[in-house]
Design a protein. Sequence first.
Length: 226
Amino acid sequence: MDSTRPAITINDLDFRYREGAFRLRVPSLTVAQGETVAVIGPSGTGKTTLLNLIAGVSVPEAGAIDVAGVDIAKLGDAARRAHRIRHIGLVFQEFELISYLDVLDNVLLPYRLDPELKLDTTARSRAVDLIADVGLADKHHRPVTRLSQGERQRVAIARSLVTGASMLLADEPTGNLDPRNKTKILDLLFDQVSARGVTLVAVTHDHGLLDRFDRVIDFETLEVTP
């Protein structure tokens, strides 16, 4: 990836859901490669919606969203999904784990979904290391249905890091964690940013974390129609 190109560039974004009056407008937003950005604001203002738009999970009515050099708003469903798997690590608020898979297979899921990603011994070794890094070294083959909420969140974070994606989008990544594990997970995320120049955009309600980020975006300053 061209390190001089912004990781994310949004222009004249306009999004609304098919039902309801919610509307999100973002006239302009740029996130530099390797920048860490916290997104804050009241519930219901569109913070998660913004992450979904950047990831290509949702599509705007109008505007451009350039992510890793591609205007994903112009891509079809399959192309957006492939772009997301290859370039973006996602930590969803609801984790989106596969209930019938164990911890290791959930972490390796991106390799099952995209044939362009090579599931080899290096990938498996990285998954095992990440599971250990998030404090679940003794639970590789445990079904995720037998994990606590905090443990499931840590599986989701390990999965977001396993492909070595250039961008991490995290929706409340420490929301279900106790203070010790919160610190461990934040250190892991920021270590990835520092070591590989990864871009991190995280939604959080925990204002005690904000001093760890390069920049804070407050949704009360964006043009949002709840």
